[in-house]
Design a protein. Sequence first.
Length: 187
Amino acid sequence: MKIYTKTGDKGTTALIGGTRVKKHHIRIESYGTLDELNSWLGLIRDQDIAETHRIFISGLQKQLFDISAVLATDPDKAVLKNGKKRLNLPDLNNDIIESIENEIDTMNESLAPMTHFILPGGHTTVSYCHLARTVCRRAERICTLLHEKESFNILILSFLNRLSDYLFVLARKLSQELNVEEVKWIP
């Protein structure tokens, strides 16, 4: 398989199903931002963090790939003429969102209550979490715009919202595990 196809040299790309769209199309921006987020998650996973965090992040990365594939598919061509789905992906359901919520709750149990906003930083690994969180929020904003124009499973938006919460709490948990002081924002 060649990496370069030259089919995008004039500013278009193909969705799954063959439809060609401009590379700046909101659908491309949506799953492109998820790809960026997935790369940040990979960087966090590569840090010297607890294996439980690595395993959980790896599962999130797989889920992001599934969501990206859904967003990369032309909705008009998602189902084949014989009635089968074009992609054989697991349906996104509340289970993954609940697992993120459970992970957040578990991490939060050992953290001091928040009394102020926290400034990102303190340790490179913690900063990576905050960068991933902000990319996740951007992905959520872009996907919300796409959803207004072309409907898709609303749980994708819930997943992204919860994922950004998870990344914030993970940053706090890693600060604790790395013995890094959180810097409070006090106006």
